[in-house]
Write a protein that binds this ligand. Sequence first.
Ligand SMILES: [Zn+2]
Length: 64
Amino acid sequence: MQWEDTWGDGGEGSAERPAAPEPHRTSTTETGPFCNAVCSCGWRGPARRARGRARADAAAHTEG
Ligand SMILES: [Zn+2]
């Protein structure tokens, strides 16, 4: 009977919610010679030398 406050406005994204898929908005950021994929959910990919690799990391993250 304590669960109903979990289903309020839904501001925080830490709870598992079956109906609303988390928006994963990925981008890449460059740090010196390396490129990282980053996501709006807080995920961050490994440093890559090629931006294409970082984007592949991001794609793999959003797909599953
Ligand atoms: Zn994400």
